[in-house]
Design a protein around this ligand. Structure first.
Ligand code: F6R
Length: 612
């Protein structure tokens, strides 16, 4: 989604802005631009297309030691040069970059037009530049605060003003923004990735806050009805290795992050397993045995892959803890006026912690007096702050749009939660210990699957040739199929539909043909025979098969037909879903690679979806 970067200090801003924007590319964007404040006022360069093209097209004398930059993911108006940010007022006095959506933009645009202002773009953002330029307040802070008080919607914004060349003013409401502290220079960004090469000392703004950033430091304000009121906010040092934001020797971030899964899984489990009592320690949860026993139901809420892994988690929790559990798409939840129960544990699942649909679901739960925890990767993100309690994933930064290692760690977090919930109920000490032993094996088993990547490649190439596919599974295998289809769609643009294997014969079997392969999830569980029988129905209709299964599962004469087999190591049945997911990541990755696609920048998608 859109990205913001800003710089003010002793160096030329433009190269630093372009470099910062290139580090936000993974978030998804369609155009980019920068504005700098120099001796002759503001200068702006922006265009549809890649950041690299923007950098190469900058005029030689594009100088200024303060500047703001933006990558845009179109919401209002098509992706073209004019709609790209920064936006300026008619005289070019004010430049603004904006993440989020202004809900009352149409009314504000109409009022400006009626006042004789000519709007250049189709965007909601442009009004901000005109309104700040027209404000009669004396300081830039007061001008910005006055304009923001008229805005309905969400924003992370950064303003430059030709009459106040010594500062950048930024503000946040629902869209992340941070200030980075350097030596006689300061940075602004919507994501740490943009500035991590220059500083890891940062202050995150909260919703309803504004900051003035000069080369010597920053001042923070709370925006209240009477205007900006100064508040104290200290920058803190973040313990992060800047190399975590580099693809390094890997061809893409997705490949790198897939291969980081064994190490990431170890981090998720580290210090959290109590072998002696066969349970888990989750310090951030703050629930004692009595609280845990009072939980009568668990509801997992997430979007996209976080929803699908939530479905895997729901099966896991029901199976191990015998607490009713289900997962729901967070984006739909609040629109059905949900009944919030006091003894339900609501779990917001989000890698970025910024997905607005999930954040709004949490706010709805809280509004109705419910109890929500988070399963979140990004420390200090909006959802993490909103829930106050939860389980951090410790996956390290996930840069690729397609989620892999964070998803794996979400599953592990659910396993740790299930263990706690189970051990205060009917899960015996022996069963708890058995689960811990199986969890400890998982990182090595994930590695084993990754090591089979070369053998999977011919299958992936074949998959890439199909225009349309099915992914099928049953019970705990069904969310695995959904996640597999999602990954393939996201990065290889093949049409892939996930179905319960048992439902095929109730309709979709009509679509099976030699041109439509089926990827079937067939773990060696209580349903294996029924699953194999369904595969025969597919094969009998000429449908090619890729079966993801366990060693020793007898597929009968299927293997003499058009049927490829991929095996994963055995684990406890309840943990099988995560191991079955790994080959599907590999399939999707290799299919996209064989199609020559840009895997880290899938079309139309963004890493964190901060608009509804
Ligand atoms: C899929 C993917 C998306 C995200 C979804 C939620 O690979 O990455 O479907 O899972 O947008 O994102 P988070 O987890 O950041 O809330």
């Amino acid at each position: 989604m859109c990205g913001i970067v800003g710089y003010i200090g002793t160096q030329q801003a433009a190269p630093l802005l372009v470099e910062g924007l290139s580090r936000l590319e993974h978030r998804g964007y369609d155009s980019a631009g920068v504005a700098v404040s120099g001796s002759t006022g503001l200068r702006v360069a922006k265009r549809a297309g890649r950041v690299r093209d923007l950098g190469e097209s900058l005029p030689k004398r594009f100088s200024g030691k303060a500047g703001i930059g933006h990558t845009r993911w179109a919401t209002h108006g098509p992706a073209n040069d004019v709609n790209a940010h920064p936006h300026v007022d008619g005289k070019g006095t004010v430049a603004v970059v904006h993440n989020g959506i202004i809900d009352n933009a149409a009314a504000l645009r109409a009022a400006l037009t009626a006042d004789g202002v000519e709007l250049a773009s189709d965007t909601d953002t442009e009004v901000l530049a005109h309104l700040v330029a027209r404000s009669e307040q004396a300081t830039l802070e007061d001008k910005v605060a006055e304009v923001l008080s008229r805005i309905e919607g969400t924003y992370g914004v950064a303003f430059l003003h030709a009459d106040f060349p010594d500062r950048i003013v930024v503000a946040r409401n629902g869209s992340p923004l941070l200030v980075g502290v350097g030596e006689k220079e300061m940075f602004v960004a919507s994501d740490l990735a943009a500035v991590v090469r220059y500083t890891t000392t940062v202050a995150h703004l909260d919703d309803g806050e504004m900051a003035t950033v000069t080369s010597g430091g920053f001042t923070t304000y709370r925006l209240d009805a009477t205007g900006p009121a100064a508040i104290e906010r200290r920058a803190q040092s973040v313990d992060i290795d800047p190399d975590a934001y580099e693809a390094g020797e890997h061809a893409s971030f997705m490949l790198k992050e897939m291969h980081e899964q064994p190490v990431a899984a170890e981090s998720a489990l580290r210090g959290r397993l109590d072998e002696r009592f066969g349970t888990s320690h989750l310090g951030g949860l703050g629930l004692d045995a009595r609280d845990l026993r009072e939980i009568k139901r668990v509801k997992l809420l997430g979007c996209g892959s976080a929803y699908y892994v939530g479905q895997m988690g729901a099966s896991l929790i029901e199976e191990l803890a015998r607490v009713p559990a289900d997962a729901e798409a967070a984006s739909e939840f609040r629109y059905r006026n949900p009944i919030i129960e006091p003894d339900t544990l609501y779990v917001a699942v989000s890698q970025s912690g910024e997905t607005v649909d999930t954040l709004l679901a949490v706010q709805e739960i809280k509004r109705k007096g419910g109890r929500a925890i988070g399963v979140v990767n990004v420390v200090g993100s909006a959802i993490a702050r909103e829930v106050e309690r939860g389980i951090y994933l410790h996956a390290g930064p996930e840069v690729a749009v397609a989620s892999t290692k964070a998803l794996t760690n979400m599953f592990l977090a659910f396993a740790l939660l299930a263990l706690q919930l189970g051990r205060v109920r009917d899960l015996s000490l022996a069963q708890g210990k058995e689960l811990i032993a199986a969890l400890n094996e998982l990182p090595g088993q994930i590695q084993q699957i990754l090591d089979t990547s070369d053998a999977i490649e011919p299958i992936s190439r074949r998959i890439a040739e199909a225009e349309s596919l099915f992914f099928v599974g049953r019970v705990r295998g069904f969310p695995v199929a959904r996640e597999g289809a999602q990954k393939l769609k996201e990065i290889s643009y093949r049409h892939a539909e996930a179905y319960q294997t048992s439902e095929l014969k109730h309709g979709p079997l009509a679509l099976i043909s030699p041109e439509v392969p089926t990827v079937a999830i067939v773990p060696d569980d209580e349903l294996v025979e029924r699953n194999v029988a369904a595969l025969h129905e597919i094969s009998a209709r000429g449908g090619p098969l890729v079966v993801v299964t366990h060693p020793g599962v007898d597929l009968g004469d299927l293997e003499e037909r058009d049927c490829a087999r991929i095996e994963v190591p055995r684990s406890l049945r309840s943990l099988d879903p995560i191991l079955l997911t790994i080959p599907l990541q590999i399939l999707a990755y290799q299919a996209a690679q064989s199609l020559g696609l840009d895997i880290d920048k899938p079309r139309n998608l963004a890493k964190s979806v901060t608009v509804e």
